[in-house]
Write a protein that binds this ligand. Structure first.
Ligand SMILES: [Zn+2]
Length: 293
């Protein structure tokens, strides 16, 4: 469970969501590990998705798909308003090229697709921007600015550990219609005074500590968010069976011939599902009964 807080300035022109997401991120690495580079970027991405989804409405969700030419290839993170969030990385073992220190090179140049679900509309809302730096936070800020004309400050931080992450968290500050130049100026002036989010997290910060300077210099009211963000893959034995069936009769026959219980890992969370030869045979038989389209 993550600790998330939201604030709205009294004049209604600044909104903030801030979160400590260490536990949620570590749940993402419960079953499989990743390189420090992949872990850091994945942690930032899921934290960003959690923050963006928290500003939506009931039953809505946000998905962020970062696609780059760098070794990480792509990262997908999604979160629901109700808190369930997950993350996936195409190349979990990716390392930065020799001599490169900029984490953004992990994704390199590419694009960010943002998909917002709308349960009452047939099509989700989609937006695409080029990757700004590939560091995740900058890319989200760039997306908000380009696609929604929302000036935003996005700070996402994570430190990888031997197992999972040591810390993860961040905040998004967005300007709402009616903001003034004076507000922008004041926010910009405060920015250099902020201690880095990573440092604050390492010192055990609470969500409100990450944005303390802003809370001190503007009048804010807390907006109660009724849900706690948490890792939720949504996979199940049933889903794994269905994806196996999509592989076709040939693959199932091969697995049955091996006469061993098959262990299938969910590609999102790595959670392992065991399927006995009998269970595989049942799936195989059902394929003969249902016409394949
Ligand atoms: Zn899963």
């Amino acid at each position: 469970m993550a600790d998330l807080k939201k604030y709205l300035s009294k004049d209604g022109t600044i909104r903030i969501a801030t979160v400590i997401s260490t536990d949620t991120v570590n749940d993402a690495f419960r079953y499989f590990e990743a390189s420090p580079l992949a872990k850091t970027l994945m942690a930032r991405a899921i934290t960003g998705a959690i923050l963006m989804a928290s500003q939506m409405k009931e039953r809505l969700s946000t998905a962020l798909h970062f696609i780059g030419e760098g070794p990480v290839q792509s990262i997908f993170a999604s979160a629901h308003y109700e808190g369930g969030a997950k993350v996936y990385c195409e190349n979990r073992n990716a390392e930065l090229p020799e001599g490169v220190t900029q984490l953004g090179a992990g994704l390199g140049s590419g694009r960010l697709d943002v998909i917002q679900s709308r349960p009452f509309e047939r099509e989700p809302l989609r937006g695409t921007v080029e990757l700004y730096t590939g560091e995740i936070g900058d890319d989200i800020a760039y997306y908000l600015n380009q696609s929604h004309q929302i000036p935003a400050i996005v700070s996402l931080a994570a430190r990888p550990a031997e197992k999972g992450v040591e810390i993860a968290g961040g905040f998004i500050i967005e300007l709402m219609p009616g903001y003034t130049e004076e507000t922008i100026q004041k926010l910009e002036n405060l920015q250099p005074l902020m201690e880095s989010t990573a440092k604050k997290l390492q010192h055990g910060a609470k969500p409100e500590d990450l944005i303390d300077i802003y809370l001190d210099h503007f009048e804010f009211e807390e907006v109660i968010h009724p849900y706690k963000p948490h890792y939720q893959c949504g996979c199940s034995l049933d889903r794994v069976e269905r994806s196996l069936m999509l592989l076709g009769p040939g693959t199932l026959d091969e697995m049955i011939e091996e006469k061993e219980t098959a262990e299938i890992a969910c590609e999102f969370c790595g959670c392992k599902y065991e399927l006995t030869v009998d269970a595989l045979q049942k799936l195989r038989n059902s394929l003969d009964q249902t016409p394949v389209h």
